[in-house]
Design a protein. Sequence first.
Length: 557
Amino acid sequence: MEKNAILAFVLSMAVFGAYFLFFAPSEPTAPPKGKEAGQVAAQKENPGSPAAPAVTTPTPPSTAAPAAPKTESQTILPMRSVLVKTKRFEAVFSEAGGTLKSFKLADYKEQLGSKALKEMIVVDHPANYPLHLEWIKKTQPDLTQARFVPDKETLTLTPEQPKGTLSFRWTSSQGLTIIKTYTVSHDSYRIDLTLQIINGTANPLDDNVALLLENRFPNTNTNDNAASFQGALLLVNEQFKEQPLGKVEKEEVTTGKVQWGALSDTYFMGAVVPLEDQQTASLKISKPAPELLKLALVSSPITLAPKGDKQIRYALYFGPRDTQILKPLGLELDKAVNFGFFDIIAKPLLWVLRFFNGFFNNYGWSIILLTVLIKILFWPLTDKSYKSMKDMQKLQPKIAKIREKYKDNKEKLNQETMALYKTYKVNPLGGCLPMVIQIPVFFALYSALGYAIELRHAPFFLWIDDLSAPDRLPIGLIIPYVGNGIPVLTLLMGASMFIQQKMTPTTGDPTQAKMMLFLPVIFTFMFLNFASGLVLYWLVNNILSIGQQYYINKYAN
């Protein structure tokens, strides 16, 4: 039996390792240190200059006569910016390609306790702004340096004016015209983009156009949450895929029915959704620089005779990875909230957590109540497991005698041992199987509590002010491996796990007992950088298990 116990321990650790290796949502490879997001946002138009306000005052167009279309050679004047304000965001569009220079979310802060709004665009140069256009066959002028002239200086939407448009126009010296029209709503993160291509040249146009998403992912994750992500998200041929930044080595091309592509961190994403079936032929992912990720949605071939024109429509989304916001959009972007292999369990658990939070308005207490509910549901299984282990403990003296008697005859030893189990109606696996059934719930909660935006900057009490970050009680001292502060909640979890192990019946084998007592130490180190919400669940679960074990030890026959 000690061999079986050791084997069970090894298999348990293998299950944990296999999950984190193959099933858990991928963690990013930490990129080199970069500029802080705020500094980058302040220097986007002029990377080498000191920090400046994000919005440049637009130059009013002349009213004497209609302005002639600008060509690709007219790029001497500084690129102007257009500010768009809604209930949900403050966006700054640039004449540089008719692109996005800045996109700040009105309902989210950059860091806990900060007044700065969450900035979605973190790039160093106008050539990297999202929503640039690129000709795949290079038959037309380079659009990364093109000036797209806006039709207005600012756009502010209100409940009285809930929808508006912003158009950018560019015309080449040969007569090719591109118009990018953004349709914005007051109370939505969604932006519709209509791309109109007018062939005013004397020659046919035969090319593919790509709409580009590009963003920097500097190593600015200050909470060091183990459940963190930076990279690309794809939905192609109804298949969802994550591609972490650290795993992008060379340009990757995906073909088929491209439903959407996105660049994302753990909680926020920028996405492009083609609105016509099969208009997007392929999707390319590349990494131009260690911290820079680029995603290109390549259109199907565009063939235009002289004076011909074509429209391509997209939906854009820059905002939180929140199913409650994404699902009503009807763009299948809610599939971006994916909790890995146990997603089918994690999402219902998250729904229950939100339901409880509607009463408590505190996700910490909601996690505690959810833990109690799970414990009640699994009580019969856990009860059976504890009783089975206690029965096994009672048989240890008899098993020891059989081992001594048949130590030189393994076949007879196994026969007599199984006969003993049958006589006393004890299942040697009865203590393990109920625990195995609960493992998927733990992994599902690991994903949900580690990745759910609901816990971002959600306070519990006292020093736990962010349930998505590891808990640290600040003491003004940097501790090796731990960082700034003491992981109080994690240490309490380790202590509760130790007490639970001491109370759990053993087979009497000293090697196994020592091995099981070492398990709380392993788990304590594992949980040091987990979200405090997950640690809270595990601590409360341990406390409830201790109470259940005490009851069984005292009152079970």
